[in-house]
Design a protein around this ligand. Structure first.
Ligand SMILES: [Zn+2]
Length: 200
């Protein structure tokens, strides 16, 4: 385990009330701990440690760690902020995943739920006519309805969009990139898990 790599590892940041609010790098996590703004959380025991006491726990051989001349410092995977207690609001990202979630895997023309592999994203005003990829112009359509509609507007195709599409009302807490997720975060994310976007 190279020190530089371990410092770039992601760490989950909890606010003072243990609500996950973002991720950061281990490097930043250490900075926050040294400043006294955060404590490392031992994910199994939920015990918290300031920087000095954290450096006294020896990293096991297989665990990610940062090596100094004297110490092998275990990499914190979860940190708890000591002062900050807000939950920042974030906008829902327009993404394929979120569009499927908003439309509940349902074709917005015929209302069927044929399974995700049989669903496509339809541009209400077709892209060939300047239609944008936005919350208000995109809906799920089954393969059949999509073929029927073709490059036309619903009006031209004599089809009806079941409900006025818009931006989802839910607010994600933060974004976790695929590949960044760590097993030890699971317990801390369980409550907020469905609000977390896995950005691809
Ligand atoms: Zn359909």
């Amino acid at each position: 385990m190279q020190t530089t790599t371990a410092l770039e590892y992601p760490a989950l940041v909890l606010n003072r009330s243990w609500v996950p609010i973002r991720t950061t790098s281990v490097r930043d996590a250490f900075c926050l701990m040294i400043r006294g703004a955060a404590r490392a959380v031992e994910p199994e025991t939920y015990r918290t440690y300031d920087f000095d006491s954290w450096t006294e726990i020896l990293a096991k051989e297989h665990e990610p760690h940062v090596r100094t001349v004297r110490l092998r410092i275990r990499v914190p995977e979860v940190i708890l902020l000591t002062m900050y207690n807000k939950v920042p609001e974030r906008e829902v990202v327009f993404s394929r995943r979120n569009l499927f979630k908003r439309d509940k895997n349902r074709c917005q023309f015929c209302g069927k739920r044929p399974g995700t592999s049989e669903l496509t994203i339809d541009h209400i005003v077709p892209r060939s006519r300047g239609g944008k990829s936005t919350w208000t112009n995109c809906v799920l359509a089954c393969v059949e309805c999509n073929a029927r509609k073709g490059g036309r507007t619903p009006h031209e195709a004599r089809m009806v969009v079941r409900s006025q599409p818009g931006k989802p009302a839910w607010k994600p807490h933060f974004t976790i990139r695929v590949g960044e997720f760590r097993q030890s975060w699971k317990d801390f994310l369980s409550e907020a898990y469905w609000n977390v976007e896995l950005q691809e």
